[in-house]
Design a protein around this ligand. Structure first.
Ligand code: HEC
Ligand SMILES: [Cu+2]
Length: 378
């Protein structure tokens, strides 16, 4: 074998082995690959996956056919000795018409399931056949959630329920959730691969995206992340969805609708004064308690949670129930007092490009007080 031949073989072997390794990274189970669109866990994600598989099979047939023809052509019409030139041909009308028509035909066939799925995914289903009643929602009412991208975290507003939260999207399992995806700054993209397709979050537009998680009978977590480069901490903008049985969801709604209680003394009370006072935290963060109750659209205190008007331009997450969540700051850090302290001390050092600034005027003691206060926000 000539030296160049051997090198060529090595390249081929490397490509095949590398390709197989790459393929083995796809699929797999949810524990190892929690963000695999190939392991759907809901009706809509499953429909998209089904279409993907149809496309993949057709593509595989085309691939094998075309590559097979190439191999046959290379072997059959190769130059056999140095004296002879292979037979030269120019143009073949039948072939050319054939390889123009055939791909057009393949695409036309694929258009049918693609278009029908596009319409299907935009069709909000009837919820009157709900098997398990959800106390916090009317029988004929699907749950609506506005998903808002921020640099660098996701906000979730539940307009029917007066809930505003971040990082963790809580939904009832087995239910179609009608989300409206938007952004307040740059373009982000909301993607929880096991539950739904990828949806760009574009400022000034609300784009519907239907989400549904399978019934598992217990709270189940699905992971996702921002899928559109949105500045320095784009990679630090994750998300997770918790799908709960109806009773757990109702309980969660009840808790989230409560206002926070003001601590009566100690470090936490001092921390609260800092939070709403010189700490300037409340300049960017909403925190609902008796003294800072949510308003309705007319600027009066909203008695019914459903009347709460939710502002879109607030810089940071609503902290009323901070400690009902596991993680913070774009789902990056585990929520505990040490991590919170580090965050409030110097957010940009924890997360590059953070909109939350460094606070020169706060001492470490001040921050301990603030953390003590935040820990009361269950
Ligand atoms: C200039 C606006 C601004 C100010 C002032 C501000 N924050 Fe923030 N804060 C933010 C933004 C923006 C985020 C989200 C950052 C991210 O995830 O990238 C955030 C995130 C947080 C989080 C994490 C919340 C979550 O659920 O992810 C906590 C806790 C927090 N801030 C506490 C404070 C405290 C305490 C103060 C006062 C010392 C404060 N912030 C002042 C803008 C601000
Ligand atoms: Cu983003």
């Amino acid at each position: 074998m000539k030296k160049t031949d051997r090198r060529l073989w090595l390249v081929w072997i490397a490509l095949v082995v590398g390709g197989l390794l790459l393929l083995s990274a796809c699929g797999g189970n949810a524990d190892e690959y929690p963000q695999s669109a190939l392991d759907p866990a809901g009706e809509y994600a499953r429909k998209t996956d089904h279409l993907f598989k149809i496309t993949l099979i057709i593509a595989a047939i085309v691939f094998v056919f075309v590559e097979g023809m190439i191999i046959v052509a290379v072997a059959k019409y190769r130059r056999r000795n140095n004296d002879e030139r292979p037979k030269q041909t120019h143009g073949n009308t039948v072939l050319e018409i054939g390889w123009t028509m055939l791909p057009a035909l393949v695409l036309a066939v694929l258009t049918v399931p693609t278009l029908s799925l596009v319409f299907e995914l935009a069709d909000v289903p009837d919820t009157s056949d709900r098997t398990v009643p959800i106390a916090s929602l009317g029988a004929e009412e699907p749950l609506e959630v506005t998903i808002i991208g921020h640099q660098f975290w996701w906000e979730y507003q539940y307009p029917q329920l007066g809930i505003q939260t971040a990082n963790e999207l809580v939904i009832p399992e087995g239910e179609t959730v009608v989300t409206n995806v938007t952004s307040v700054d740059v373009i982000h993209s909301f993607w929880v691969p096991r539950l739904a397709g990828k949806q760009d979050a574009v400022p000034g537009r609300e784009v519907p995206l239907l989400i549904k998680a399978d019934v598992t009978g217990e709270p189940t977590t699905y992971y996702g992340q921002c899928a559109e480069f949105c500045q320095l901490s784009h990679a630090n903008m994750r998300a997770h969805v918790v799908a709960m049985p109806a009773a757990d969801f109702d309980q969660w709604v009840q808790e989230q609708q409560q206002l926070a209680a003001a601590p009566t003394g100690g470090d936490a009370a001092a921390g609260r004064d800092l939070f709403f006072g010189t700490g300037t935290c409340s300049g960017c963060h909403v925190l609902w308690d008796d003294d800072h109750a949510p308003m309705d659209a007319d600027g009066n205190p909203a008695v019914d949670p459903a009347d709460r008007s939710m502002i879109r331009t607030m810089a940071g997450p609503n902290l009323t129930h901070l400690f009902s969540r596991d993680r913070f700051a774009g789902d990056i850090f585990e929520l505990n007092s040490q991590n919170l302290h580090d965050w409030i001390r110097d957010a940009p050092a924890q997360k590059p490009g953070s909109i939350m600034p460094y606070f020169e005027n706060l001492t470490d003691g001040d921050i301990d007080d603030i953390v003590a206060y935040l820990e009361t926000l269950k």
